[in-house]
Write a protein that binds this ligand. Structure first.
Ligand code: SF4
Length: 240
């Protein structure tokens, strides 16, 4: 896997992150012809073929179709909240779960009201549900945010179980921590989308650390920082 722009790329893993803005040929259906040496079409066509076969599954196919329709119908017009509502409607979901961080319960209420206003039934579960102490997962008192007292663990597995038991067909994550969200994704029976990705420093806009990695947030780099500065995308590019 090529990790430094100053290194010669090694062409055995897909490495789209290194694809120059002047190439990105997959958009035009030309990745096999014009993709760079590390293009998935060059180094991992088997995975692309394997993925194509999985779209034969009717539920996977429907999610792929309806999300693409939401993308085009609301392109640069619908907020993500509107996209959640429209996607859920197109999928025919009746019951939606909200897996929220305890710090986002007020926003979860707004979201719950909005979803209900569109006719959905809603269940919601906060991360601290159950009030299980962090000691139960083997944490020491010194590893708590504020040692010396009870600190409830975030319980994403329980959030998933609660929403699964409630019959939620589609779950929306609201500000779960890194790793806690991973457990929720792993244990949710229904498909999951993220409405808010928690970043306590960047007002829950984690991409800010990437946009400003060469300036205000250059502390994000590890000791092997590449010598060549990363180029930021040119303004005016077609948004994704
Ligand atoms: S799929 Fe190929 S052409 Fe598209 S971004 Fe990745 S490397 Fe570039």
């Amino acid at each position: 896997m090529p990790l430094k722009e100053t290194n010669a790329p090694k062409y055995h893993d897909a490495a789209c992150a290194y694809c120059p803005s002047t190439v990105r040929a997959c958009r035009q259906g030309e990745s096999a012809e014009r993709g760079p040496g590390y293009c998935p079409s060059k180094v991992a066509q088997g995975a692309i073929d394997s993925a194509a076969a999985k779209y034969a599954d009717p539920f996977t196919r429907k999610i792929a179709q309806e999300s693409a329709r939401v993308e085009s119908e609301g392109y640069c017009r619908w907020t993500r909240v509107e996209e959640v509502c429209q996607f859920a409607k197109k999928m025919g979901f009746k019951k939606i779960g909200i897996a929220t961080c305890i710090s986002f319960v007020d926003q979860a209420r707004v979201l719950s009201d909005i979803l209900e206003s569109h006719g959905f039934e809603v269940a919601s579960a906060a991360c601290k549900n159950g009030s299980v102490g962090k000691e139960e997962i083997g944490l020491k008192d010194s590893e708590k945010i504020r040692p010396g007292g009870h600190e409830s663990m975030c319980n994403p597995v329980s959030q998933a179980e609660l929403l699964n038991d409630a019959g939620c067909e589609f779950n929306v994550v609201l500000g779960l921590c890194v790793g806690h969200d991973s457990l929720f994704f792993q244990h949710s029976e229904g498909p999951v989308t993220t409405l808010v990705a928690k970043d306590r420093v960047l007002a829950h806009n984690p991409v800010g650390a990437l946009m400003l990695a060469e300036s205000y947030y250059d502390r994000v780099w590890g000791p092997d920082r590449p010598e060549k500065p990363h180029k930021l995308p040119k303004e005016g590019r077609r948004p994704n």
